[in-house]
Ligand binder design. Structure first.
Ligand SMILES: [Zn+2]
Length: 458
């Protein structure tokens, strides 16, 4: 275990623990093997950020150890880290704001909350939002974030601001800026430039990007044309809201005589790296386009329930469509959102077998989707990147390949995450964030949140 000076704000005592070698004992290691989960009870040895070896125990009774350098999982379940496929880091300070306008429908919620808030954001607020998102994400075992950002009055450099916060903490991100014509040509062009610049100049091992668009109803054809030209040259997908509210579809049909996804298809914006978020008000043909284009559909059901925009028609989604899960900035608890999807499948008439199949299919499709961006995304096999989370869940009945999903959906995701290790570094141990001074960061966040609060109310 080496100690190096910490250059990042918020590290305790200005030192950071750089763990080179580590041992986790007595873990139910939920490895991904051939598109199934194969739990093994034993120890994980981590060296240089990778899983160096896995030692299976002959008994599933946890052993004790006096070695303080060992992380004793004590019979708890270890899985790959979680991924939030549709987050809005910029929304983090929007708590308890004095909202004055009408919030009676989706368009009014945008106008009187989100489109007012995003115009107020400066880069200090964006940084504070990212710090808050990082703390919440680690606590929820989320170490990979697909973010959809908006700060239209401070566009240039906003993605790097977020990227720096993620990189400093060791999290991975796929970032984009939501291009929209709602604030006029100049700001729309700045958004296009920010996406292009970030994609061309700021990709790194842990930070990737998509091309962000707000939604069909705020993007004109000439803007889609410009984005399409960029996509034709570069290997990049889009990240966009799709048919979240029925108004998106109505406006598109009225203005362009097409549904939003038909528009995107005609501009050749859909590919297997792309994410369309929500997808609630879709036609039969829209579902066919989703399937044929290979675009991934990211569900954000907590947000849909909150905005009262309806829920997707799950039965129309083909098996070959990649279904992802996001939080839409509502919170960082993606496990809760994954469970919410399961519950809504059941509520919409899926049998237990069909709902389980849907969730399992989604889990492995998510895994495949992430690997397009991070080839070394872990499966918890020997030689894989040492990204893993220890859940505070000790299986009360036998735990194996056959009944893993019953444990996962009713046990694991209902419990908090206890320990988080990313790239062989401990980010949280026994519910305590490691080398992060939460009190200090919280006061910085409040400083920016208070500024936003005062601007928002004026
Ligand atoms: Zn969203």
């Amino acid at each position: 275990m080496g100690m190096t000076k910490c250059k990042n704000e918020g590290c305790q005592n200005k030192t950071i623990m750089k763990q080179e070698n580590m041992k986790i004992t007595n873990a139910w290691i939920s490895q991904i093997v051939d598109e199934s989960i194969n739990p093994i009870f034993g120890d994980i040895l981590i060296e240089n950020g990778k899983i160096a070896s896995i030692i299976e125990h002959s008994s599933t009774t946890p052993t004790s150890t006096s070695d303080k350098s060992v992380i004793n999982a004590g019979g708890r379940v270890v899985t790959i880290p979680l991924v939030n496929f549709h987050d809005h880091i910029y929304s983090r300070l929007a708590k308890g704001l004095p909202i004055k306008g009408n919030m009676s429908n989706f368009q009014n919620i945008l106008k009187n909350l989100w489109w007012k808030l995003d115009l107020d954001l400066d880069l200090d607020m964006v940084r504070a939002s990212a710090q808050m998102a990082v703390l919440e994400s680690i606590r929820n075992g989320v170490t990979y974030i697909f973010d959809h950002h908006a700060s239209p009055n401070n566009t240039a450099g906003s993605l790097s601001t977020i990227a720096n916060v993620l990189e400093n903490t060791g999290l991975c991100g796929v970032l984009c800026f939501e291009t929209s014509d709602r604030n006029g040509n100049a700001l729309s062009q700045q958004a296009i430039d920010e996406n292009k610049n970030f994609f061309l100049n700021n990709s790194s091992k842990n930070i990737k990007s998509l091309f962000g668009l707000h939604a069909s109803f705020t993007v004109e054809d000439k803007t889609l044309e410009q984005i399409s030209e960029f996509l034709n040259i570069h290997d990049v997908g889009i990240h966009v809201h799709l048919a979240e509210d029925k108004s998106d579809t109505e406006i598109s049909k009225k203005k362009f005589n097409k549904t939003p996804i038909e528009r995107f298809k005609d501009f050749k914006l859909l590919n297997s790296k792309s994410i369309v978020a929500h997808g609630i008000h879709l036609t039969e043909n829209d579902y066919k386009i989703l399937e044929e284009s290979g675009v991934a559909l990211a569900y954000n059901l907590d947000s849909n329930l909150n905005n009262s925009v309806g829920l997707p028609n799950f039965k129309m989604v083909s098996n070959s469509t990649t279904v992802l899960v996001g939080t839409d900035g509502m919170h960082a608890n993606i496990a809760k959102s994954f469970k919410q999807l399961f519950l809504q499948l059941r509520n919409s008439g899926f049998s237990f077998d069909d709902a389980f199949s849907f969730m399992i299919n989604s889990y492995f499709n998510q895994h495949r989707f992430v690997k397009q961006f991070f080839q070394d995304f872990t499966s918890l096999n020997i030689g894989d990147r040492a990204d893993l989370i220890v859940w505070d869940y000790i299986p009360p009945t036998p735990f194996n390949k056959e009944n893993f999903w019953g444990h996962y959906l009713y046990g694991v995701v209902e419990r908090p995450v206890k320990t988080v290790i990313q790239n062989g570094k401990v980010l949280m141990k026994d519910f305590n964030l490691v080398n992060i001074d939460e009190t200090k960061i919280a006061s910085k966040i409040f400083e920016q949140g208070n500024k936003l609060f005062n601007n928002f109310g004026s």
